[in-house]
Design a binder for this molecule. Structure first.
Ligand SMILES: [Zn+2]
Length: 131
């Protein structure tokens, strides 16, 4: 008789498939981030209320990567990383709209996606207004 621990594994080596569905580490999709980049939304996200459940109490947030950081140093370091720069590039092309896909399908003239300038947000430095 085999020991009590023997259990046949039918789904061997498919853990990478399951990871996709783990919600805890789930990142925002690019189109969601695009929404977040609208000025009103962005201002809201960059000025969140203190949330003790979030890293750094939700005070250090990278808009483009939808990530929280524990402090300003960690956030600034993140801005210099490849992940962040790659993300800025990915966000530079405007998202597809229905109009655009219609143009691409031959209705109207094709206009290539506009490039927009992506800039890393300014670090929070007190309350200096432009006055
Ligand atoms: Zn970032």
């Amino acid at each position: 008789m085999p020991g009590p621990y023997k259990r046949k594994k039918y789904h061997y080596g498919d853990t990478h498939l399951k990871k996709r569905w783990r919600t805890k580490r789930r990142k925002k999709d690019l189109d969601q981030i695009n929404e977040d980049l609208k000025p009103e939304k962005a201002a809201e996200l960059l000025d969140q209320e203190v949330d003790l459940d979030k890293p750094g109490d939700a005070q250090f947030y990278c808009l483009h990567c939808a990530r929280y950081f524990i402090d300003e140093k960690a956030m600034k370091e993140h801005f210099r990383t490849k992940v962040h720069k790659r993300r800025l590039k990915a966000l530079e092309a405007e998202p597809y709209t229905i109009e655009e896909s219609e143009r691409a399908a031959g209705h109207g003239s094709f206009v290539p996606a506009k490039k927009r300038k992506m800039e890393t947000q300014k670090p929070i430095e007190g309350d200096d207004d432009m006055t």
